[in-house]
Design a protein around this ligand. Structure first.
Ligand code: ATP
Ligand code: MG
Ligand code: MG
Length: 355
């Protein structure tokens, strides 16, 4: 059986594994700290569930192997300096930015980018960790350990955030899911909803941007593009060269999930424009214990990642899918009392989108 080796062994790798069964592929997620190196057979594929990794004997072995897909992509995306430079060079709109050098002062950043400036660490940030706001009226300075290790972005006064999940095969064919509308709270994704008629007119614009990016890197597999919407203009926030949290709804809401799509693309199987089923909402389970009562709600599907509960940690997600929006709102009403009160805003937001 052909094996797809995954660099990384978190929930994304596990969900790729789940999606592999109908394709009769063997998917093996690998923890970077494994000391025993796998035997890669001719015809096997090596792909990732994360865009950056520590240098270990295993990751050095996998990432330099001839079967490693997109070998030349990750350094360009995992480092925000290179990612932003790439977007600029392609003429794809992104939040105006500056490099934060060893001697860059906040004053200079405010002069170029305005009064509110968001520092983002060049590497390693996720779920809003690795961000630091500089407000000129508070006289903030660039912290010492951010000098030479961050970029600075202009604050974008966006109306909402959308993402596009697409895939590209070895022949350069591209396919896309409908735009997903996302709600973040403190930098972490809380909820998503798709498809949404009212953002459909932005689909072509988004596909043009992501298509250009994937083509430029000769990328193969699923890639996600997070965008800010300002009126009818999309501005790229960041890219993820892998399956993405905002695409989790496709497990319930599309005839081929993003996980299966990625496996198809990297193994050379056909990819297709996925038929989308009904309406989908996704709620991230963050720092909350699992509750078996969620399993009783008809339109609702649960994924628990089996991780220890810690505040702010993504521990699972809930997909709600139904042909009728009212049924999704009904499921949200049912799950609401079974979630902590701070979920109220995200659930209200979902119900508003699904009116
Ligand atoms: P992820 O978990 O998606 O990888 P991350 O830690 O890499 O998150 P970003 O996606 O860059 O961080 O930012 C997280 C969130 O912070 C965004 O979704 C958005 O809500 C907010 N944000 C980021 N950049 C800006 C900006 N330039 N202006 C305003 N808000 C921003
Ligand atoms: Mg990110
Ligand atoms: Mg992000």
């Amino acid at each position: 059986m052909q094996t797809v080796w995954i660099l990384g062994a978190g929930q994304l790798g596990a969900m790729l594994q789940q999606a592999a069964y109908p394709l009769a592929l063997r998917v093996v997620p690998l923890d970077p700290d494994l000391t025993e190196l796998p035997t890669i057979q001719p015809g096997d594929i090596i792909t990732v569930e994360r865009e950056q990794w520590p240098s270990t004997p295993l990751t050095d072995f996998l990432s330099s192997h001839s079967s490693f897909v997109n070998a030349d992509v990750f350094w360009r995306i995992a480092d925000r300096f290179h990612q932003k430079s790439l977007l600029d060079s392609l003429g794809v709109a992104t939040a105006p930015w500056r490099n934060v050098a060893d001697d860059t002062r906040a004053e200079a950043l405010h002069q170029d980018l305005g009064s509110d400036v968001l520092l983002k660490r060049r590497t390693g940030g996720y779920d809003g960790k690795g961000q630091y706001w500089l407000y000129s009226d508070q006289g903030d300075e660039v912290p010492g350990d951010w000098q030479g290790a961050a970029i600075a972005e202009q604050k974008i006064p966006f109306m909402e955030e959308v993402s596009l999940v697409g895939a590209r095969d070895r022949n350069g064919k591209t396919v896309y899911y409908p735009l997903t509308l996302n709600l973040h709270s403190d930098g972490i994704l809380m909820a998503s909803v798709a498809p949404l008629e009212r953002v459909q007119h932005l689909q072509e614009q988004a596909e043009g941007m992501l298509g250009k990016i994937m083509d430029a890197m000769n990328y193969v597999g699923v890639m996600a593009m997070e965008c800010f919407r300002v009126d009818d203009t999309l501005i790229v926030n960041e890219l993820a060269p892998r399956v993405h949290n905002s695409g989790h709804w496709t497990q319930a809401g599309a005839c081929v999930s993003q996980f299966e799509m990625h496996l198809r693309a990297v193994t050379g199987l056909p990819i297709k424009s996925p038929e989308v089923r009904g309406n989908s909402a996704m709620i991230n389970v963050i720092g909350v214990e699992r509750d078996h009562r969620w399993l009783e709600i008809p339109a609702l599907q649960c994924y628990w990642y089996g991780k220890d509960v810690r505040p702010g940690r993504k521990l699972g997600h809930i997909n709600i899918n139904h042909p009728q929006r009212s049924a999704i709102r009904g499921a949200i009403d049912e799950v609401r009392p079974l979630l902590p009160e701070h979920y109220g805003d995200a659930l209200d937001w979902l119900e508003l989108q699904l009116r």
